[in-house]
Design a protein around this ligand. Structure first.
Ligand SMILES: NC(=O)c1ccc[n+]([C@@H]2O[C@H](COP(=O)([O-])OP(=O)(O)OC[C@H]3O[C@@H](n4cnc5c(N)ncnc54)[C@H](OP(=O)(O)O)[C@@H]3O)[C@@H](O)[C@H]2O)c1
Length: 334
């Protein structure tokens, strides 16, 4: 193993003061069950600093669970080897990757697809796994598609289906709309006007500008404008408005805390579900095949250095990042 320093740079979240800080003297992690990795980049998830009540963080905790990096230690029975360039999503109950050296379970890990740079790789795992599980598992749009080495797409037959993604320009939304398109669905997404051209480029059929029209107004009570699957990545009033877009016997999936059914009840036969994503390396590998073949586009809103962590967290918290905010920790400026 390469010579390691005794201390490392890290962003620290204090769960008692709810404040972030920066240190150059954090301890290096060690684990026999997890790979030690040299972190290239990490990404922030909007709202992640509010998760303390649901996880068992120590008072001083390293945030950020999306990571790209290089494996430094081997783990028994792991298919990954020292030197592999990997990405993955670390479970939020453990220490994160806003630091130079982090650990990740083999089951959370996948090789970075060819052609995807390490900054973009860090933007993918949490959002991609959440979107994939929302569309194909929780939302039941159709079976998950698969792409062969020759670039042929199998499965994922949703040609007659309509999907609406609320918050289509966010990290999760941008991948969700592309997954639904790959499966053949007709896809609409809510976003402000500045994101319309970009969303059309990634395959969205109709952009609903939420600053001008609500889902209720856009649907106008017409049954044929309603959706088989509505996926909420925004919450609050937008989540309630989304109910006007769900067909009878359709599905409404949300990932934002506070999900509820409308006063007066939900449409007939609708499956409604709020869920927390599961970190699965093998699923990430399957998704990565689409990215590697250029069939799914990744989106990095902005890249910060670790010392500029406050600006990075503020950008995410603005709620208006297009795709993910990434912190480049140990990498060059690809
Ligand atoms: N349950 C889980 O497992 C799970 C996993 C991952 C994420 N999440 C949660 O999912 C949510 C979304 O996260 P994210 O990373 O995708 O994105 P995000 O950073 O929360 O969203 C940013 C995007 O939201 C758009 N937006 C803001 N207000 C909107 C509105 N009223 N209607 C439509 N779009 C709006 C913005 O577009 P404009 O600039 O055009 O307004 C921007 O592109 C967060 O709350 C996060 O905590 C949950």
């Amino acid at each position: 193993m390469a010579n390691l320093p005794s201390k490392q740079k890290a962003v620290i979240f204090n769960t008692e003061t709810n404040k972030l800080s920066f240190t150059t003297s954090a301890a290096l992690p060690s684990s026999t069950e997890e790979h030690l990795i040299k972190v290239h980049s990490t990404a922030i998830t909007n709202g992640e600093l509010t998760w303390a009540p649901f996880v068992n963080w120590p008072t001083l905790h390293i945030p950020c669970y999306d990571v790209s990096g290089t494996i430094l230690t081997s783990v028994q029975n792991s298919k990954f080897q020292v030197g592999d360039e990997i990405y993955g999503r670390i479970h939020a109950g453990r220490e994160g990757s806003a630091c130079e050296y982090a650990t990740i379970l083999p089951s959370e890990t996948a090789l970075v697809p060819k052609g995807l740079n390490m900054i973009h790789a860090a933007s993918v795992p949490m959002s991609a796994l959440t979107a994939w599980q929302a569309i194909f598992e929780q939302g039941g749009l159709c079976s998950a598609p698969y792409v062969s080495d020759a670039g042929e797409i199998f499965g994922g037959q949703a040609k007659e289906k309509r999907v609406l993604v609320l918050g289509a320009a966010g990290g999760v939304g941008l991948l969700a709309v592309q997954f639904a398109r790959i499966a053949g669905a007709w896809v609409a997404g809510t976003a402000s006007a500045k994101n319309e051209v970009y969303l059309k480029e990634v395959g969205v059929d109709e952009v609903v500008d939420y600053t001008k029209v609500s889902v209720e107004e856009w649907v106008g009570g017409e049954e044929n404008k309603k959706f088989d699957l509505v996926f909420d990545c925004v919450g609050k009033q937008s989540m309630l408005d989304g109910w006007f877009g769900v067909k009878d016997n359709g599905a409404y999936v949300s990932i934002v805390p506070g999900f509820k059914e409308p006063d007066g009840g939900k449409p007939k036969g609708v499956k409604s579900v709020w869920f927390v994503m599961d970190s699965r390396g093998e699923e990430l590998e399957a998704i990565g095949r689409f990215i590697g073949k250029g069939l799914v586009k990744t989106t990095v809103d902005s890249v910060y250095k670790i010392g500029d962590y406050e600006q990075a967290f503020a950008k995410t918290a603005s709620g208006h990042a297009r795709g993910k905010v990434v912190i480049n920790i140990g990498g060059d400026n690809e």
